[in-house]
Every structure is written in structure tokens, then in C-alpha cells.
Write a protein that binds this ligand. Structure first.
Ligand SMILES: Nc1ncnc2c1ncn2[C@@H]1O[C@H](COP(=O)(O)OP(=O)(O)OP(=O)(O)O)[C@@H](O)[C@H]1O
Ligand SMILES: [Mg+2]
Length: 483
């Protein structure tokens, strides 16, 4: 139950949250914290209850037998509690440091494994091993330190308890001699005191586990309280006409406040138009598409869709109107069919096939023995860059968005698949507003409008011919790129 809420909270988190937190570290933290909680609920709690019942009954019995001797015995308890508090704090601190180190090492491991091609091609196996080993050493060191502290703690408690029992026996024996206590009662008293001491010791040990789990809960609660996006389940889909307007937009990433990424950017895309964004790397092109999808809130200015401020739409409604074909396509572990259906989860098989057809993807899908049922992703067939992109295009076709966003990457494809992908894209761009981050001259030339972005400033905008005639940044860029 709790882990569901947690997953929900994480999925709804703002994009900036994911800029600030590493995925590997997050998942490791959540996994260990949840297992701690489970352990607490399943075993520790049951034992804790048992110990307290023993303590209550035991105390009642000895109190009944001799209030005076019970008083003597209980006088030692504050000492034990003081010990628990002092040592407990230290143990918790060591445990927390060990957990942090574990989370970091997990993050290193998941990064290394997901980028294994990079690691191997750069010959950085030893570098990664060393990076991991340093963290593993820290974990080991902290674990041993924690074990020693816990051992010391336990033996101190045991000595304390046996010391107290001896003290109680001594006092009790004295009382039998003066006749204050009968021999029979004395033996029963000692027996129950031993029970009690064992339970006190157990409670002390468990306090450690409970404090550990409380620490884990606190961290999980922090994650739950993290600011989330307001998404709605059945957002209405009233098709927009597809006008986009940026009005004096300023934007800075929360994680990098020293650089203003967009400065006073204004442009209009009419319904059905194709706009190409060009400019050097890091100019802010992808950022514009993120802002359209409202992954981030802008610092100043306004963004309008169909004359209505983007802030006044429901987030889910807004994102339903757009589809993005990204540069790096992510496929989920599953069949090709499932991966295409991600664009419209309730699509029929016919619709999915039709989308694959129009994306020029059928051409390679039919070559697989299992066709649409072919498993892709981590444990399935690895598709080539161009194939993945056509799957992504099929997804977008299935979603049938009002506004299409292409962070175009046909540059990495060979000319044969580039033509196939480009054909598919051209079909997809028909009759809808398209915002294309373009590298190819033909896309740029055919665009209704070209936006030239440089260091976050929109330096020029117009058609190819208009801009070329200006002999400005665009002319220079296109001469460099296209010769
Ligand atoms: N999530 C982020 N957090 C902080 N800074 C970012 C983030 N994404 C991008 N930036 C910074 O914002 C600036 C613009 O990045 P952006 O990705 O929009 O460039 P781009 O024009 O798409 O470049 P390219 O052509 O290389 O894809 C860069 O300086 C980049 O370092
Ligand atoms: Mg980019």
C-alpha cells in the first residue's frame, strides 16, 4: 500500500525533482527503506509487543510480592535508559551513513550497467571498478563500525542487567534474613526479575531497529511530500486548432541558476504550420520543447495555445494534445505492439498495425519471426537507432496529436533508413502544427518559419529565403552546415 503511494508520488513529481535526484540512488533508497519498514512491521513489532507484555506482567508480580525490592530494582532502570539514548544516537548515525553510501554505490552500479557500452568502449572498466570499490569499502567500514558499536552496546546492557540482578539478589537476601520476605517469595521474585531483565535487554536492542525504521519512514515521508504535478485521469480531449505562441519567455533551470537559458523569446506558430528551430548546441532548442510540454514553469512571460494561457489548461489535457519524437528513443521491456500502443493504450490491433505501416516500421517488423509480438528492450531484441525511431513515430501517429514535436535526429541514420524515417515524419507532420528541431536542410527549407536561436536569444526568424537574404547568423549557420 505504502509503496504504491510512493510510486505515485514519484511519477507525479516535477521534472526539476528528477534533475536534482539520481534515479539509481532514489530506487536504492526506496528499496532499502521499504524493506526496513516491512521488517519492522513483520518481526520487530511482534517481538516488541511480546516483550512489553512480559514486562507488564512480570512487574505486576514482583510489585505484588515486594514493593520495596521492586523499587530498588527499578532505580537502576534510568541508568539503562540513559545508556540506550546515548548509544542509540551513535548507532543511528552510523547506520544512516552506511545507508547513504549504499545508495551512492547503487547509483554507480546502475549507471555503469546502463551505460556498459560506454564503459567498455572507453576501456574504463578499471576506473568504474575503483569507483565502486571506494564506496564498497566505505560501506564495509561503516558496517563494521556499526557492528562494533552494537556489540559494545549489547554487552554494556548485559553487564548492567546482571549487575542489577546481583544487586537485587543481595538486597533480597538481606530481606529474607530480617524476615521481611519469605524464602519462597524471594525465589519467585528473582525468577521474574530475570525474565524482566531479559525483556528490558530485548527492548533496548529493538529500540535500535525501531529507530532505524523511523529514520527510513521519515525519508519516505519526505519523498511523499515532494511537490507533485496535478494530473487528471480522464482529461477532456477537445481538439485544439494548434496555435502556439511564446510571449517574452524567460527561463532558468532550477538546478543551474547561474545561466539564463531562454531570454525574452517570442514567436507565433499558426495552426498547421511547420516551424524549424535551428541554432548551435546548447542554444536552448530542446528547452523550448520542454516548456511547451510544461515540464518546467517559466520565470517570466507567457505561453499560449489557441489564445489561452498554457497555465490555464489542465496539465493532462495539454500533454494529450502533443506528441514528441525524441532524439533518444526509450523502448520499454515488452513487445513491439505494446511499445507502439504506448501512444494510445486503448488502441485496437488494427489501429496499431496501421500506425506501424504509416511509420514505415512494418517493413522491418514483418522480418522478425514473431512480428508484432517480438520482445524488445532489456531482455529482447535490440533494435537499431532508425528502427527505434520508427517505433516512436508509430507511437506518435497513434496518439494523433494536434501539435507534433520532433527533436530530430535523422542525422545519425544511413541514407536509406533516413529516407524511410523522413518519409514517415513527413506523413506525420501533414495537417498538424509541427515544431521541429532540425538539422536537415530539406526540413528547414520546407518549414513555414525558421527560428534561429543563439545562447537563449531568438536572433532571427522568417522563411529560408528571407533569412538567407539577411546574410546574418542563419546564412552563416547554413553555409557551415550545408556547404
Ligand atoms: N535539465 C537541465 N538542468 C539544467 N540545465 C540544463 C538542463 N537541460 C539543459 N540545460 C542547459 O540549458 C542550456 C540549453 O540546453 P538545451 O538542451 O535546450 O540545448 P539545445 O539547443 O537543445 O542543444 P543541442 O542541439 O545540443 O541538443 C544548456 O546550457 C544546458 O546545459
Ligand atoms: Mg537538444
Amino acid at each position: 500500500m505504502f509503496s504504491n503511494e510512493l510510486e505515485e508520488g514519484l511519477i507525479r513529481s516535477l521534472m526539476s525533482f528528477f534533475d536534482k535526484n539520481q534515479v539509481g540512488e532514489l530506487s536504492s533508497r526506496i528499496a532499502t527503506d521499504i524493506s526496513k519498514l516491512q521488517e519492522l512491521l513483520v518481526t520487530t513489532l511482534a517481538e516488541f509487543i511480546r516483550q512489553w507484555i512480559t514486562i507488564v506482567i512480570g512487574l505486576s508480580v514482583i510489585l505484588f510480592i515486594s514493593p520495596k525490592l521492586t523499587g530498588i530494582m527499578l532505580a537502576i532502570v534510568p541508568l539503562v535508559i540513559a545508556l540506550i539514548i546515548v548509544f542509540g544516537k551513535k548507532i543511528r548515525k552510523i547506520a544512516r551513513n552506511a545507508q547513504d553510501a549504499a545508495a551512492e554505490s547503487n547509483s554507480i552500479l546502475s549507471e555503469t550497467l546502463s551505460g556498459i557500452k560506454n564503459v567498455k568502449s572507453f576501456g574504463n572498466e578499471f576506473f568504474e571498478m575503483a569507483r565502486y570499490a571506494t564506496k564498497a569499502d566505505t560501506i564495509q567500514r561503516l558496517s563494521i563500525k556499526g557492528a562494533i558499536a552494537r556489540g559494545l552496546f549489547a554487552s554494556l546492557i548485559i553487564f548492567g542487567l546482571f549487575g542489577s540482578i546481583t544487586f537485587v539478589v543481595y538486597q533480597g537476601h538481606g530481606m529474607t534474613l530480617t524476615g521481611e520476605l519469605s524464602d519462597k517469595d524471594f525465589y519467585i521474585f528473582i525468577l521474574f526479575t530475570t525474565f524482566l531483565a531479559a525483556s528490558f535487554g530485548g527492548v533496548g536492542r529493538m529500540m535500535g531497529a525501531i529507530q532505524n525504521a523511523v529514520g527510513a519512514t521519515e525519508r519516505l515521508m519526505d519523498l511523499l511530500e515532494n511537490e507533485t504535478e496535478a494530473i487528471t485521469k480522464n482529461a477532456k480531449i477537445e481538439r485544439w486548432s494548434g496555435k502556439v505562441e511564446f510571449k517574452n519567455v524567460d527561463f532558468t533551470y532550477e538546478t543551474r541558476t547561474d545561466v539564463q537559458v531562454l531570454k525574452d523569446v517570442s514567436f507565433v506558430v499558426k495552426p498547421g504550420e511547420t516551424v524549424a528551430i535551428v541554432g548551435p548546441s546548447g542554444a536552448g532548442k530542446s528547452t523550448i520543447t520542454s516548456l511547451m510540454l510544461r515540464f518546467y514553469e517559466i520565470n517570466d512571460g507567457e505561453i499560449f495555445f489557441d489564445e489561452k494561457n498554457s497555465k490555464d489548461y489542465e496539465l493532462s489535457e495539454l500533454r494529450k494534445q502533443m506528441a514528441i519524437v525524441p532524439q533518444e528513443v526509450m523502448l520499454f521491456a515488452g513487445t513491439i505492439q505494446e511499445n507502439i500502443a504506448y501512444g494510445k493504450p486503448d488502441a485496437s490491433v488494427e489501429e496499431i498495425k496501421d500506425a506501424a505501416e504509416r511509420a514505415n516500421a512494418m517493413e522491418f517488423i514483418t522480418k522478425f519471426p514473431s512480428g508484432m509480438e517480438t520482445l524488445v528492450g532489456d531482455r529482447g531484441i535490440q533494435l537499431s537507432g532508425g528502427q527505434k525511431q520508427r517505433i516512436a513515430i508509430a507511437r506518435a501517429i497513434l496518439k494523433n496529436p494536434t501539435i507534433l514535436i520532433l527533436d530530430e535526429a535523422t542525422s545519425s541514420l544511413d541514407s536509406e533508413s533516413e529516407k524511410l524515417v523522413q518519409d514517415a515524419l513527413d506523413k506525420l507532420m501533414e495537417n498538424r502544427t509541427s515544431v521541429v528541431i532540425a538539422h536537415r536542410l530539406s526540413t528547414i527549407k520546407n518549414a513555414d518559419k525558421i527560428l534561429v536561436l543563439d545562447k537563449g536569444v531568438l536572433v532571427e526568424q522568417g522563411t529560408h529565403d528571407e533569412l538567407y537574404a539577411q546574410n546574418g547568423v542563419y546564412t552563416k549557420l547554413s553555409k557551415l552546415q550545408f556547404g
